[in-house]
Write a protein that binds this ligand. Sequence first.
Ligand SMILES: Nc1ncnc2c1ncn2[C@@H]1O[C@H](COP(=O)(O)OP(=O)(O)OP(=O)(O)O)[C@@H](O)[C@H]1O
Ligand SMILES: [Mg+2]
Length: 260
Amino acid sequence: MDERQLYEREEPIGLGARALARLRADVAAGDTSPGGLLLYRGAAGFGKTSLLGRLRAAANADRDSQILLYARATEQQQGAPFHVARNLLQPALAKMHEADRREMFGGWYDIAAPALGLTPAGAGGPADPTGVQEALSWVMTQLAVRQGPLLVVVDDLHWADPESSQWLAGYIGQIQHLPMLVSLAYRSDELDSALDDLLLREVRELGTRGHSVELQKLSPNAVEAMVRTRLGEDADDVFCRTCWSITNGNPFFVTSLIER
Ligand SMILES: Nc1ncnc2c1ncn2[C@@H]1O[C@H](COP(=O)(O)OP(=O)(O)OP(=O)(O)O)[C@@H](O)[C@H]1O
Ligand SMILES: [Mg+2]
């Protein structure tokens, strides 16, 4: 994972760490509404994946305190139904014994197992998407209740296949009473605006357990510090200022410019 210094991101990093710590503490204290939502929104290259990386690292530093479910949507897999949901859930479920999985999935087994790629698709072809969504919700809830707390991380949500997005949009309303923190990152200008609105509404409804961070461009001072750290303290002021103005403070552009 990329561990380079992130300039002017102390607040969103701290927010993630505190939300995770709070989930653990609330669950340990028997709180019945510990669910939280953390959104990292921002333009391409503003540091969303890097921030999710810090959150995942915090979870991995104490693996016994929660289960981490992680998926990253890609433009190439946008046409594969339930691709993101499968990537999210499959690793944790694949570790279980078949009998335990059957017991946990209950009546949803014949729909959920093929949809999650745990068994071959049935002879009748793929189940109808509404049924699959219900099955996935059941499985996610069972995982949270039996093995939670869960940290559920989805990166690049704007590229998620429509079936997974629709499922997540429907499921997000249930998380409040479940032991899970859901963290989603996306290019806010590329996500379907109805889904963006729904997620922001959910953040508000969750009160102090809902967080949305709109990432901003870096200041001239931050770009100057990046340039000097990389190229030496003697990099001149005009050069640093030019790096800021031609990149418009976009961390990805700054990094590309000074690390070539
Ligand atoms: N605050 C920052 N300070 C220094 N470098 C940063 C910062 N934010 C991001 N970077 C660097 O910029 C590059 C892009 O960051 P990252 O991949 O996290 O952006 P992103 O928002 O996920 O982009 P995309 O929308 O393309 O997925 C990385 O090399 C990362 O290390
Ligand atoms: Mg990214």
